[in-house]
Design a binder for this molecule. Structure first.
Ligand SMILES: Nc1nc2c(ncn2[C@@H]2O[C@H](COP(=O)(O)OP(=O)(O)OP(=O)(O)O)[C@@H](O)[C@H]2O)c(=O)[nH]1
Ligand SMILES: [Mg+2]
Length: 401
């Protein structure tokens, strides 16, 4: 069977759907897709945050989850006593993705291997080692040991806002933020090289300004280093407080559309009177709800953002345009589907074009094309709402991409 553009598909789960489509039946492909989505829902990700006491571990955990320090479910910060046990902090809307606040390192008799055993290192997908000023020999011992265990780590140098402020006070008219950041980075790197770390990489972050300095880059690197299904889970969990994160979320969700459409059009499809197509609308509603949540357009997320930027939540709500901001129901989804169904069958360049198996969906694949088109336009709409909310919340701070 000749299929256009299959070569764009590389990952193994898609390969198995492809094989089912080529050599078996649509039903078999649908089962594979369903298995894939179930797997995605169950994907667990555990991120360990470690470093010496008082360096900003707990604050980092709150910030990367989009929570304020005083909010319910946030990690206690600024306390004198260090946590002695690893404590888990799930993402509020994605509880399978967890940050772990580990006990502070570097007390007397510190042994990196013992420490990692005590905190149950196998559990974590990767480690973030946080420090301020310079990294110590304890940080480096830990990094080495983590590497030996075959896991990734990242050095994050926190409280960069404080360092910049101090430098600005000192230099007065002569101050340059870029030059100061360069200097701090060099200093951290040299310090690590002196401790025999080869080509170290350090992310300069402020837990109070997650959209600035290297915080976005750190998130992006962590994301890139993860295997595909974990990357997806991590990306969707990230708070939607930056345009670039939202853009990556949109791309990740876009890449799933053909699977959702194929599933909806083939699994126990219910005929829709007047449209001449049969789909499973519940699958579409679930997917639209996923978009909505991923873009933090829900009530809880908007209230949280309004609190963070000190703005009435109504000001954020009123900029949203999508019909889904009122409710995501089968009725609304059907309305959108009706709109999309009028658009003809073929989407040029789509890799499923020409798959004979689409012909086995009632009405020759019309359901598949309509649902793809509908999901695509809803995704665009919600991503645009997310952009408008961000521009309103951070008029000067957030740079457009
Ligand atoms: N200016 C600034 N202060 C920060 C930053 N991160 C954390 N802090 C402050 O530093 C103090 C310690 O932060 P925590 O997050 O409690 O540090 P920790 O590493 O969890 O400390 P322990 O739990 O005691 O090991 C708090 O008062 C935070 O508000 C940052 O990026 N910039
Ligand atoms: Mg702490």
């Amino acid at each position: 069977m000749k299929v256009e553009n299959w070569e764009v598909i590389t990952d193994s789960e898609v390969q198995s759907i492809k094989q089912a489509l080529e050599y078996s039946s649509l039903d078999r492909a649908a089962v594979k897709i369903q298995e894939y989505f179930d797997q995605l829902d169950k994907t667990k990700l555990n991120i360990a945050v470690t470093g010496a006491s008082g360096k900003g571990k707990s604050t980092f955990i709150n910030t990367i989850r989009g929570l304020g320090d005083e909010e319910e479910g946030s990690a206690p910060t600024g306390v004198v006593e260090t946590t002695m046990e690893p404590t888990e902090y799930p993402y509020p809307k994605y509880p399978n993705v967890k940050l772990w606040d580990l006990p502070g390192i570097g007390t007397e008799n510190f042994r990196a291997d013992k420490y990692l055993e005590q905190v149950g290192f196998q559990r974590y997908d990767f480690f973030i080692i946080i420090s301020t000023e310079r990294f110590t020999s304890y940080d480096v011992q830990l990094a080495r040991e983590i590497q030996k265990m075959g896991k990734h780590f990242y050095f994050a140098r926190s409280k960069i806002d404080e360092s910049l402020r101090a430098e600005e006070r000192k230099k007065k008219g002569n101050y340059s933020e870029t030059a100061t950041l360069d200097l701090i980075r060099k200093d951290c790197v040299t310090g690590l090289q002196n401790l025999k770390v080869e080509s170290p990489r350090v992310f300069l972050i402020s837990n109070f300004d997650p959209e600035k300095y290297d915080f976005p880059l750190l998130q992006e690197e962590m994301e890139k280093d993860l295997p595909q299904e974990k990357r997806h889970a991590f990306l969707l969990a990230l708070p939607g407080i930056s345009h670039s994160v939202n853009q990556r979320k949109k791309e990740a969700l876009q890449a799933e559309i053909w699977k959702v459409a194929l599933l909806s059009a083939s699994v126990a499809a219910v005929p829709l009177p007047g449209l001449g197509i049969a789909v499973d609308v519940a699958i579409l509603v679930k997917e639209l709800t996923k978009y909505y949540r991923a873009f933090s357009l829900d009530e809880v997320s908007l209230n949280r953002l309004a609190d963070q930027v000190n703005m009435p939540v109504e000001d954020l709500k009123k900029v949203r345009k999508s019909v889904f901001n009122k409710e995501i129901t089968a009725d609304v989804a059907l309305k959108m589907l009706t709109k999309a169904a009028g658009g003809g069958l073929m989407v040029a360049g789509h890799f499923l074009s020409g798959i004979p198996v689409l012909g086995s969906i009632p009405a020759g694949g019309a359901a598949y094309w309509s649902t793809s088109r509908m999901l695509r336009s809803c995704l665009d709409e919600l991503a645009e709402d997310a952009r408008l909310v961000l521009v309103t919340a951070f008029p000067a701070k957030v740079t457009e991409v």
